[in-house]
Design a protein. Structure first.
Length: 346
C-alpha cells in the first residue's frame, strides 16, 4: 500500500447510565435492539477495564501501556461519547498513567542499547489525542513535551523502534514491528508540523525521513499496520478515489463472521476488530454500512460475561507465545470497547 502526499508516498465507568425500557406491547426495531446491545456491551467493557486496571494497579503498581494508557484512552473516548465517568476516577487514572512517563519525558536520549527506544505510552497518548476531540487527559503542553521525546528518539534511518531485540522476541500485536512504531510516530508528530510550509521545522523533517523509510519498507501483512497506513492516507488528505480504493481493500480483509483477524485470513478477534472499527470511524466511514454493523455484531456476540473479550497470544513465525494472556486480553478488550463506542455510538 502506498502513501500519496509529498512526505508520504506510502500512515469506572463507575456507574452505568440507564437504558430505555421496551414495553411488552411491541418489539423494537432491529436497529434499536442493536444500539441497545451495543450500549450494554460498551458499558460492560468499560466496567471490566476499570476493575481490571484497579486490580493490576494494586498488584503491580506500574501503569504499563495496557492497563494504564489504554484505560485513559477508553475513559477519554467514553466521556466524549456521553458515557458517565466520575471526574475523580478519570483524573486519578490519567495521573497514574502519565506520572511515570512525564517524570522522564524531557530527558536527553539515553544511548545505551535497550534504553534508547521510543516510549510506547508516548505514542499511544499522542494518537489518543488525535482520535478523541476536545480530550483533556493530556494537555497541550504535555503533548508538546511528548512530541519532543518522539522527535529525539527517531532512529538514524527515519524509523522508530520499540525494541533492540530481534523481531521474533517482540510480542505481537502490541509490539508488532518497527513499521507499526514508525506509523505511530509519523502520526504522533502530525499536529506539531507548522501550518506554514516555508517555516523550517525539525518535526516536518523527521516526518519526511519517516515517510522515506516507510516508502521503501515492504508493508507487513497485519491488520494493525494496514489500518494505520489507511489512517495516514486520510490524515494526508489523499483524494476520494484513491482513499476509497484503499478503504475497500482494507474492508476486504474482513472475515465472514464480521470481525478482522490480526493477520489476513486469521481468526477474528477483539483487538483487530476494535482497532479496525476505530480507524474506519476516524476516517469517516459511516457506521450504518453493512460491514461496520457486521463487525459490531461480532463484538457484541463474542463479549464474555465479565465484560472482557477472549484473546489468545500470537507469536511471530517460529516463536511459541507466552502463556500469560493478561496483557493481550486487556488490549483486546480496550480496542473492542473503543471500536464499539465509535461504531455503535450512544
Amino acid at each position: 500500500m502506498g502513501v500519496h502526499s509529498p512526505y508520504f508516498v506510502v500512515s469506572t465507568v463507575l456507574w452505568l447510565l440507564a437504558i430505555g425500557v421496551v414495553t411488552a406491547r411491541s418489539d423494537p426495531p432491529k436497529e434499536t435492539n442493536t444500539r441497545q446491545q451495543g450500549r450494554r456491551a460498551i458499558e460492560r467493557g468499560l466496567e471490566f477495564l476499570r476493575t481490571d486496571a484497579a486490580k493490576w494497579r494494586k498488584e503491580h503498581q506500574c501503569s504499563t501501556c495496557h492497563h494504564g494508557t489504554m484505560t485513559a484512552w477508553a475513559f477519554a473516548e467514553a466521556r466524549f461519547q456521553g458515557y458517565q465517568i466520575a471526574e475523580d476516577a478519570f483524573a486519578d487514572t490519567t495521573k497514574w498513567t502519565k506520572d511515570r512517563l512525564l517524570e522522564r519525558i524531557d530527558l536527553p536520549r539515553d544511548e545505551r542499547p535497550g534504553w534508547s527506544l521510543v516510549n510506547t505510552p508516548a505514542l499511544y497518548l499522542s494518537i489518543m489525542a488525535i482520535g478523541v476531540p476536545k480530550q483533556n487527559a493530556v494537555s497541550a503542553d504535555e503533548l508538546k513535551r511528548i512530541a519532543g521525546h518522539v522527535l529525539r528518539h527517531q532512529e538514524a534511518d527515519g524509523s522508530w523502534a520499540w525494541s533492540s531485540a530481534p523481531a521474533k522476541n517482540r510480542p505481537p500485536p502490541y509490539f508488532e514491528s518497527d513499521e507499526v512504531a514508525t506509523l505511530l510516530g509519523y502520526l504522533a508528530l502530525g499536529p506539531h508540523v507548522p501550518s506554514d510550509p516555508n517555516v523550517k521545522s525539525d518535526v516536518r523533517d523527521a516526518r519526511a525521513r519517516a515517510a522515506a523509510w516507510l516508502a521503501k519498507t515492504t508493508p507487513t501483512d497485519t491488520t494493525q499496520a494496514a489500518s494505520l497506513r489507511l489512517l495516514v492516507l486520510a490524515k494526508e488528505k489523499v483524494p476520494g478515489k484513491p482513499l476509497n480504493a484503499e478503504i475497500d481493500q482494507f474492508i476486504g480483509r474482513q472475515n465472514k463472521d464480521g470481525g478482522w483477524g490480526q493477520l489476513k485470513g486469521s481468526a477474528s478477534d477483539a483487538y483487530a476488530t476494535g482497532q479496525a472499527l476505530y480507524v474506519l470511524s476516524l476516517i469517516s466511514v459511516k457506521n450504518d454500512g453493512e460491514e461496520m454493523q457486521r463487525a459490531v455484531k461480532f463484538l457484541i456476540d463474542s463479549q464474555k460475561k465479565d465484560g472482557s473479550w477472549p484473546m489468545t497470544r500470537r507469536g511471530h513465525p517460529g516463536v511459541t507465545p507466552s502463556a500469560n494472556v493478561v496483557p493481550i486480553t486487556y488490549f483486546g478488550s480496550a480496542w473492542a470497547t473503543l471500536g464499539l463506542m465509535r461504531a455503535a455510538p450512544k
